[in-house]
Design a protein around this ligand. Structure first.
Ligand SMILES: Cc1cc2nc3c(=O)[nH]c(=O)nc-3n(C[C@H](O)[C@H](O)[C@H](O)COP(=O)(O)O)c2cc1C
Length: 332
């Protein structure tokens, strides 16, 4: 087996890793490091909410990525409760962003717009019905978000989700997201049918990540049992480190919050309110010199033992991948 050349060609990259989009974490330094390392570096458009900021970032990345083997992409949360979804989609399409990851909602507008200039769109999926909708909108691939992922983790294990996606949609490339930090992780999901991986939590514990050192150190010191899910942050299950802040916030919405989230009259506005409040809480925990400690992370924190540059993360995965491949071949 070798790494999937068709995915590399499709995305214009040198190695099948996506540096996953991470709210408040992904920054320009990480993007540039990923592009230099030959992978697909992505960020959520919501990291740039001030007027004119996103346009500037895209100009810089378009110029920078011309010189290297990697590329970049933008994540847009296309759910109605994201007030910036339409505005950010328009800006990204005008700037001809080469790659998109859409999450939640309907990706059609992003896909139609990107396809006009050859941009590619992969959609976050956690189950078959949502994948079907994304494919009807003509997405170019899926990001299979499985159990244990950082952020909005899916409910299904990758060992089921990836083969199920390949069974239903054999010709659509699948990228695996959730719990992958090393070369054997990459190889294991390739065996299941994935063409590459999307790695989030590992890139938080990097020298470039735009978060305070307490957060980076918490990733290094946390194990898999320290990660819990909460719906309090955004209304959708989200993985966080189970520290005092998480315990204080709680893990599930009460009956009234649930009612407001499901009622057709209040749904959109209540979700928006919950998300804005959640964003504020996270912002207070992540930025330098802040002392709140509400931190998003996936179960792969178990396997992360150091804070290193992004390029070293990629080089390690490449090296471990070769080693895992040789050990596997020796087994046969
Ligand atoms: C801190 C953090 C923030 C995230 N923010 C986003 C986001 O804004 N949009 C999104 O689609 N996914 C987001 N994710 C999910 C990642 O894109 C990716 O699916 C996930 O991190 C992969 O699992 P892993 O963390 O186990 O590698 C976030 C994940 C983390 C850890």
């Amino acid at each position: 087996m070798k790494s999937d050349d068709s995915l590399k060609e499709l995305l214009g990259i040198d190695f099948p890793i996506i540096m996953a989009p991470m709210f408040l974490v992904s920054n320009m330094e990480m993007m540039k490091a990923g592009i230099r390392a030959g992978i697909m570096a992505t960020f959520p458009s919501l990291n740039y909410r001030k007027e004119g900021e996103l346009e500037k970032v895209l100009d810089e990345l378009n110029a920078y990525s011309k010189n290297y083997k990697g590329s970049y992409g933008v994540n847009i949360i296309v759910q109605k409760s994201n007030p910036l979804s339409i505005k950010h989609t328009k800006i990204c399409l005008e700037k001809k962003v080469p790659f998109f990851i859409t999450s939640l909602g309907n990706p059609k507008e992003v896909i139609d717009g990107a396809h006009k200039y050859g941009g590619k769109v992969f959609c976050d999926v956690t189950n078959i019905p949502h994948a079907k909708k994304c494919l009807e909108a003509k997405c170019d691939g899926f990001i299979a978000v499985g159990q244990g992922a950082g952020g909005h983790a899916g409910p299904n294990p990758l060992q089921v989700l990836i083969p199920a996606l390949k069974e239903h949609f054999p010709s659509v490339p699948v990228i695996a997201a959730g719990g992958i930090t090393n070369g054997s992780g990459l190889l294991s999901v390739q065996v299941l049918g994935a063409s590459g991986v999307s790695v989030g939590t590992r890139f938080i514990a990097t020298t470039e990540a735009g978060v305070n050192d307490n957060y980076k150190n918490a990733i290094v010191s946390s194990g898999m049992d320290d990660i819990v899910m909460t719906t309090k942050l955004s209304g959708t299950p989200c993985a966080v480190i189970n520290n005092e802040s998480a315990k204080k916030m709680g893990y599930t919405q009460n009956w009234f919050e649930k009612w407001l989230s499901n009622n057709s009259q209040t749904k959109k506005w209540f979700k928006m309110l919950v998300q804005i409040r959640g964003m504020k809480k996270l912002e207070k925990s992540i930025l330098p010199n802040n002392y709140e400690t509400l931190w998003t992370a996936g179960k792969s924190s178990e396997l992360i033992h150091d804070i290193i540059p992004c390029e070293e993360v990629v080089n390690r995965i490449k090296k471990e991948y070769e080693q895992s491949l040789s050990s596997l071949v020796n087994l046969i």
